[in-house]
Design a protein around this ligand. Structure first.
Ligand SMILES: [Fe+2]
Length: 353
């Protein structure tokens, strides 16, 4: 038994190392002969330890510094970055929760100094049985999986005049209609070619947009997952229905779990109504309805569709939604069968195009 478990974890560890090497080579294009890798981690959960080892095993010791966040004062960490790192160096943050360095906004500071940054966050939300899924989600390689599909999706979304989303269990489906153009879609696929800022939060694999006219969305949509009030993604095998009229959720089916109603009520109490915004197409097939991840930041890249509830969207701006007054962006995962844009099926039973 012991041998089996050991074998299993060794397999995950070696997979993690392979995928991390791909990220270093193909995504952030880290050059170990010229640049340094600084791994800032904690040891508070198994996944954090697993990823820390994966980065340690991926780079020659001469190019590597590893620091345990919990054993150092914020000032020491800042000092290390300021005195030992320079342009093109890479900082990887491996976090059971999310590191807080007082008023020091790490990613911003790094990008300002032309350094690279990779973040893994909320790792403590994942129970042991999800470790392998998390590792598999890191297999998404921008060189292999990314550009052609993502660009094709962007092109479709950017040109779309109408979108029909069919969702629900086979034989019992319902439709949501977008009669609007969409905002110019953005890619989060780990390809930073030509970008000033190199890096971001991993895992990646998403193309996202939102309706130009938020009110031109009507119909019904079936939801299979959402983050609950504890910020843990809940998956429900039996999807439940949201009715959407003029871009606002006006009805929730009686089969919706109590934990969803709680989330819905919090948004409604704070924002007065629950509107939908993000149209997020995930293209990372390392995770999905049957191999979920508890952390929504990671799971929103799952292959398929998610929409956001609430008035907040930090990327797309809308004149009548002043960002100071908007509070919520809660991703809900759609039990999607097909996505049709201007009459073309772009997603059908878990396959694109
Ligand atoms: Fe998203």
């Amino acid at each position: 038994m012991f041998t089996l478990r050991r074998f299993y974890s060794t397999t995950i560890q070696s997979k993690a190392t392979t995928f991390v090497q791909n990220i270093l080579n193909n995504s952030v294009r880290f050059n170990p002969t010229k640049n340094k890798l600084f791994v800032l981690h904690d040891n508070q959960c198994g996944l954090s330890r697993l990823l820390t080892s994966a980065y340690e095993n991926s780079v020659d010791k001469n190019a590597l510094t590893v620091m345990n966040f919990d054993e150092h004062e914020p000032a020491q960490i800042k000092d290390h970055i300021n005195t030992h790192l320079s342009e093109e160096d890479l900082v990887v943050c491996i976090q059971t929760g999310a590191f807080y360095l007082n008023d020091y906004r790490l990613r911003l500071e790094l990008f300002n100094r032309n350094m690279k940054n990779i973040e893994h966050v909320h790792l403590g939300l994942m129970p042991t049985e999800q470790y392998e899924t998390y590792v598999n989600s890191l297999a998404f390689d921008p060189l292999k999986n990314g550009p052609s599909l993502a660009m094709k999706l962007k092109q479709k979304i950017d040109n779309a005049k109408s979108i029909i989303v069919t969702s629900g269990k086979p034989g019992n489906t319902t439709q949501l209609h977008y009669e609007t153009e969409m905002e110019s879609a953005l890619l989060n696929i780990g390809d930073y070619t030509g970008m000033k800022n190199v890096g971001g939060t991993f895992p990646v694999g998403e193309v996202f947009s939102e309706p130009k006219n938020l009110q031109h969305v009507n119909g019904h949509v079936m939801v299979f997952g959402f983050p609950n009030l504890n910020r843990v993604v809940e998956i429900h095998d039996e999807p439940f229905m949201l009715t959407i009229e003029r871009g606002t959720v006006t009805k929730i089916s009686e089969t919706a779990p109590h934990s969803f109603i709680e989330v819905f009520n919090v948004i409604k109490e704070n924002e007065g109504e629950v509107i939908i915004r993000e149209f997020g197409v995930g293209i990372n097939d390392g995770m999905g309805k049957y191999n979920p991840l508890n952390d929504v930041t990671a799971f929103e890249r799952q292959k398929g569709l998610h929409l956001s509830l609430g008035k907040k969207h930090t990327v797309f701006k809308k004149e009548n939604l002043k960002s100071k007054k908007t509070k919520f962006h809660i991703d809900v995962f759609i039990d999607v069968r097909t996505i049709e844009m201007d009459g073309d099926i772009i997603f059908n039973e878990n396959e694109f195009f």
